[in-house]
Design a protein around this ligand. Structure first.
Ligand SMILES: Cc1ncc(COP(=O)(O)O)c(C=O)c1O
Length: 396
């Protein structure tokens, strides 16, 4: 029998806390607030039955590994106009199988096994696994409280600086943040640029929530900063922008010489993204303006409803689709030492939240709630159940 690797110590295959929660769920009437999804259907013109699939190049021949040319050119125009990346042409854009794949290819193109990726914490949980799968060390940078409480760009810079080691090659951050909801402002981007330049670092920017900022806040793309354009790869996603998560389309943009290496990884892993889903993505990009307006309005309303009705105080998300909740007072009351002490009774009451442990080592007693996963009445119902369970545990 061939050798089978010993994976027992590998975080990628650790038993999932969510599996434990799912085991507690009632048979019916579950409110899933754990997953980063949307209750909205994609723009009508981009839904598969609405596409004219007979027109254009064949859907059945091998497509170009870089992605459909019309889609890449439309994305380049969007990146120039909306994201301020004036230097972008189609050759800087790679279509990927979602942002997850974009980040995985970017990481492999930028870092050698054994090098370190700084990961701004709290972080999107899959990023750690993506780094590990590439043999790259993920080093947490404790940015959460700094950005959440707006301690200022100088502190942000000092915290990044303190995390650098001789093996640091790149820095990952999501902007707007998942799960923090922070939106980086010009001063924070200057601080990031100073550190990246001083230490010759790559920046891996995850901007999948670019469309969803609230209260008049603007999204500033990291790669639009003049000092960061040459050292930043940015991932975007049709899952988030247009509610097309099941189609698995995303894209990556960065300097041309690195995009050549990225294309090698695409070529040698999936070869290319299926043409039919690229067609749906292009239709969303061309006809999805109204969808974006509506989504922004409804998501902001859902955020406000969640903030108003939930009995857990938390920071107001400036963007994104999550509330990040410190459940420590209730965890203590339940006699536990991690959020599961609260999340298990919540699961029994039919509500799922994401355990905080996956977002960074400081967040074991925290949990994430996605306020766009279900329509408003279901969100209200989920929050009502959370409040009831927490009240049962006792008011802190
Ligand atoms: C911050 C962040 N990056 C990337 C992704 C992955 O997106 P995709 O569905 O395009 O792979 C997600 C999905 O939840 C996310 O929240």
């Amino acid at each position: 029998v061939p050798r089978f690797p010993d994976l027992s110590g590998c975080a990628l295959v650790a038993p999932s806390l969510l599996a434990r929660l799912r085991a507690r769920l009632p048979a019916r009437d579950v409110v899933p607030l754990h997953i980063g999804d949307t209750f909205l259907a994609p723009p009508p013109a981009s839904q598969l039955p609405a596409l004219d699939l007979q027109a254009g190049p064949s859907l059945y021949a091998y497509p170009s590994p870089a992605g459909d040319q019309a889609l890449r050119e439309a994305l380049a125009e969007k990146l120039r106009q909306d994201n301020g990346m004036q230097w972008v042409t189609g050759e800087h854009v790679q279509v990927t199988s979602g942002a997850t794949h974009a980040l995985s290819c970017a990481l492999r193109a930028l870092l050698a096994p054994g090098e370190e990726l700084l990961v701004s914490a709290p972080y999107w949980p899959l990023m750690r696994g993506i780094a590990h799968a590439a043999g790259v060390g993920a080093v947490e940078v404790p940015c959460g409280p700094v950005l959440l409480e707006r301690a200022g760009a100088a502190t942000f810079e000092a915290i990044l600086e303190a995390a650098i080691t001789p093996r640091t090659a790149a820095l990952y951050l999501s902007n707007p943040g998942n799960p923090s909801g922070c939106v980086l402002g010009p001063a924070e981007l200057d601080a990031l640029a100073a550190v990246a330049r001083r230490h010759r670092l790559w920046v891996l920017a995850d901007e999948v929530y670019e469309q969803f900022t609230y209260d008049g806040r603007r999204h500033h793309s990291i790669a639009a900063h003049p000092a960061l354009a040459g050292c930043t790869l940015t991932a975007f996603s049709f899952s988030k922008s247009y509610g097309q998560a099941g189609l698995r389309v995303g894209y990556l943009v960065g300097p041309a010489h690195i995009m050549e290496t990225v294309r090698c990884y695409i070529h040698h892993t999936i070869y290319s993204v299926p043409p039919v889903v690229q067609r749906a993505a292009l239709a969303a990009l061309r006809g999805g303006g109204e969808f974006l307006e509506r989504a922004r309005t409804l998501y902001c309303r859902a955020r406000d409803l969640a903030l108003e009705e939930l009995c857990v105080p938390c920071a107001v998300p400036e963007g994104g689709t999550y509330l990040f909740l410190d459940l420590a007072p209730w965890v203590r009351r339940a006699g536990g030492d991690c959020a599961m002490a609260v999340l298990e009774p919540l699961a029994s009451a039919g509500v799922l939240l994401t355990p905080g442990a996956g977002f960074g080592s400081a967040y074991g007693t925290w949990a994430r709630l996605c306020f766009t996963a279900v329509p408003e009445p279901r969100l209200r119902e989920g929050i009502h159940r959370i409040n009831e369970v927490l009240a049962r545990l006792g008011t802190p």
